[in-house]
Every structure is written in C-alpha cells, then in structure tokens.
Design a protein. Structure first.
Length: 227
C-alpha cells in the first residue's frame, strides 16, 4: 500500500504537470524567459494552428518562451525601456528546435499544401520560398538567441499595427518597405530602435526578426523540445 504522503506527492506532481508549472530541465545557458521577464507577452505561433503551415509544428509542446540567458537579460532591458512609452513586447517565436525547422522543410517541399497561402504568402509562389529566403534548412532560432516579436499597447494589450502580420512572406515585411501609413512606419521604427539599443540586430526582410549580437552559441543548432 502506498503511504498517504506518497499519494499526496504524486497528486502534487500531477497537478503541476497538468497546469504546466513543472518545467523541463533546459541545457546549460538557456532559460525560461518568464523567469526573467514575468510580464512579457508570449504567443508562440508554432504552438497553434494559425501559422503559415496551418498546424502545430513539431517540437512545440507548450507556449513557453525559451532563449539563451544572455538574450533574455538583454530583452528585459528592451521591455523596461518600452514600458516607459506605455508599450510592451509580445513574442511570436524564440528558441526553435531543429525538428521544427525540418517540419518547415517538409512542408515547403509539398507544393500541393497551400492551406494558408491566402493569408501568409498570397503573392509568393510556394516553390520559391527557399530561393527567396523565407524557408531554410537551418535557422538562427535553433541557436537560441534569435526571436520574432512585436509590440502591444501597455493599457489595452492590443497588438500595435506594423503593416503586416507576423510571418507574412512578401515585400511588405521588409524593414525598408515604405508603402505603409505613417503610423505603421513609426511603429516599426520604435521596435527597431529599442532592439538595436540593447544589442540586437535585425534581419532586413522581416521587421519582427532579431538576433542578439555576440550570441553565445553561434555555431550550435539545438533540438530539445519547447515544453
């Protein structure tokens, strides 16, 4: 017979697992960002069906933002800086397992699967996603110091309009694209300035994509799950 204490322990562990409070052991150098920035917005697109594939992506088992410790610390400075302007960060993706990248590659090679084309790549033919740099067999995200993010209103929690949705494959996502409203251009500039101020560099084709300068694992691509 199991003791009462043992049963209570099992019940407690089960409750933590169910609630998502029991976190996986991360490799050295990685952190759960909520432990450093408790108030950061996290909405991982690849843990949902609303993304360019139209399905949850391999390796994403929870809406948990994981980054290298250095990246999370730098991001905390960005968040604090933006809060003085009544803005907050919302992150769409951070560390990305290699298994997820492999999932993207398989999807990209299936030219008949265009479920989300009208939303995410209406003007780009799927067969050219590799050529045009939207899909690759390796991603900086898998090194743990690259992330995709936007801004939200500090009072209402509403997304700030950046001119396109996250992961829109097209010219309009480029940082230097100017066929936008003055407000949209200004919003992009606010994000760019804040991220660059605290040590991040941008990928010019995507207004949302940033990598920490002097990242700690520049040559290592990890494959542990997001959970």
């Amino acid at each position: 017979m199991f003791s009462f204490r043992y049963k209570l322990f099992i019940f407690f562990i089960g409750s933590l697992l169910f609630s998502g409070q029991l976190k996986a052991q991360l490799p050295d150098g990685f952190v759960y960002v909520e432990d450093i920035i408790p108030d950061i917005g996290v909405k991982l697109s690849y843990y949902s069906h609303y993304n360019f594939v139209g399905d949850t992506i391999d390796g994403y088992r929870a809406n948990k933002l994981i980054l290298t410790r250095e990246t999370a610390i730098a991001l905390a400075k960005v968040q604090s800086y933006l809060q003085s302007q009544n803005l907050c960060l919302i992150v769409f993706d951070g560390y990305r397992p290699q298994a997820a990248v492999d999932h993207f590659v398989r999807w990209a090679n299936d030219l008949n699967d265009t479920l989300m084309k009208s939303v995410f790549y209406p003007e780009v033919e799927k067969q050219y996603l590799f050529r045009d740099g939207y899909i690759a067999s390796k991603s900086g995200h898998s090194r743990g110091s690259t992330l995709d993010l936007g801004l939200i209103n500090g009072n209402t929690g509403e997304l700030i309009d950046m001119g396109t949705i996250f992961d829109f494959f097209g010219e309009a996502s480029g940082v230097n694209y100017l066929n936008l409203t003055n407000s949209q251009i200004k919003n992009r500039q606010i994000l760019q300035e804040a991220m660059k101020r605290f040590g991040f560099r941008n990928y010019p084709m995507e207004w949302w994509h940033f990598t920490l300068r002097n990242e700690p694992f520049p040559e290592t691509y990890f494959d542990f799950p997001v959970e």
